[in-house]
Design a protein. Structure first.
Length: 117
């Protein structure tokens, strides 16, 4: 299964409805998720994109990997204070999400995913 491009409407249903309750994080997914805030013109984003695609296959059924184009979803990016890309939001089923900035090496992504499982 490939990484899924997600818009604000889908994000509100699958990850967190920040409009309904902006102060309290409540993860809505049925499995952990990784959200990649990216842009098509961003070199580092393009570098990690194939890694994320590979990991979406490797961890199919265990985590969801979503991609948010910050140029198309400015409000969603602003809700998370995304000012540099790529920004990766790791959402465990329980607990608070964690944001990592910049292109992460494959090994670091695997470690973060394993920590969520």
């Amino acid at each position: 299964m490939a990484a899924i491009h997600i818009n604000k409407e889908a994000f509100l249903k699958r990850v967190w409805n920040f409009e309904a309750d902006p102060k309290n994080w409540k993860f809505l997914g049925d499995k952990p998720a990784l959200v990649d805030f990216f842009a098509t013109w961003c070199g580092p984003c393009q570098m990690i994109s194939p890694i994320l695609e590979e990991l979406s296959e490797t961890y199919a059924g265990k985590i969801d990997i979503y991609k948010v184009d910050v140029d198309e979803e400015e409000e969603l990016a602003a809700a998370f204070g995304v000012s540099s890309i790529p920004s990766l939001l790791f959402c465990p089923k329980n607990g608070k999400p964690q944001m990592k900035l910049g292109a992460q090496p494959r090994e670091a992504l695997v470690q973060a995913i394993e920590a969520m499982l």
